[in-house]
Write a protein that binds this ligand. Structure first.
Ligand SMILES: C[S@@+](CC[C@H](N)C(=O)[O-])C[C@H]1O[C@@H](n2cnc3c(N)ncnc32)[C@H](O)[C@@H]1O
Length: 242
């Protein structure tokens, strides 16, 4: 009888450990694991990053090895000369791209729907050399509207975020209004094929689907690249000058 409390304690510890180690759908950390092959052909909606642990999201986005596969400077060069341009970074997260764009552009608007990232961006802004600080602006947007003023952005980048956007047809219509005529939209996201980084295949939006959604929204595809980045495709689209 005197062993019963110890036994109950061991059973309680066993079940609490089991729950902690169970991968949760809301935890993007699970995306670092190689998922099993899927039979689903339609992309699923990615769980909102807002549900994930903030520290692990920051660590993930700012991973020191990310530069090897993300090649941010090369990616940014797709936009050409940014000296006189306003660039909106939609789904800016920790500002991995935002803060690399600031020294090159006239103005950079870091847009996100998660207030934790807006606070993070504002707090790390002080690390920018003083001459650049006025070029940076953060903007808390809505999940269905980036809250750009008409024609406000000359260029828009959406990196590793496109698949999080729900009802993309409607979103692209709204975004189109926020881009100046002749302006560019750069979308970078993960290729299918069970890669060591990025979400499982069933959550990814295929290159063909992005192209289709962009042209339906009125953009012209100016460049498609599947080779520069090992794990990602790059699409550059333009808003035609009427
Ligand atoms: C995977 S992170 C990518 C962050 C950053 N672009 C990068 O490459 O490091 C996706 C980001 O998009 C944001 N996000 C998700 N849905 C969004 C939406 N509808 N509009 C704007 N941002 C969104 C999330 O809060 C998160 O910061």
């Amino acid at each position: 009888m005197r062993y019963i409390p110890t036994l109950l304690l061991l059973v309680a510890v066993f079940f609490s450990c089991k729950n902690e180690s169970r991968p949760s759908k809301e935890d993007p950390a699970m995306f670092r694991e190689k998922p099993a092959a899927s039979t689903i052909s339609e992309p699923l909606q990615l769980p909102k990053t807002g549900a994930g642990n903030f520290e692990s999201l920051v660590a993930d986005f700012e991973d020191k090895d990310r530069g090897i596969w993300q090649k941010p400077e090369l990616v940014i060069s797709f936009l050409g000369d940014l000296k006189d341009k306003t660039v909106a970074d939609i789904g800016a997260g920790t500002g991995y791209f935002t803060f690399r764009l600031v020294p090159k552009a006239k103005r950079v608007i870091a847009i996100d729907i998660d207030p934790r990232f807006i606070n993070f961006l504002d707090s790390v802004k002080v690390r920018l050399p003083e001459v650049y600080r006025d070029r940076f602006e953060s903007r808390l947007a809505k999940f269905d509207d980036p809250l750009l003023k008409p024609g406000e952005a000359d260029n828009v980048v959406i990196v590793n975020t496109y698949a999080y956007i729900e009802n993309r047809a409607q979103y692209l219509k709204v975004l189109y209004q926020g881009i100046a005529p002749g302006g560019q939209l750069l979308i970078i996201d993960f290729k299918k094929n069970n890669l060591p980084v990025g979400p499982p295949d069933e959550y990814k939006v295929s290159l063909a689907q992005v192209e289709h959604e962009l042209t339906t929204a009125g953009f012209k595809i100016s460049k498609v690249d599947k080779d520069v980045l090992d794990y990602q495709y790059i699409i550059l689209a333009t808003k035609p000058v009427k």
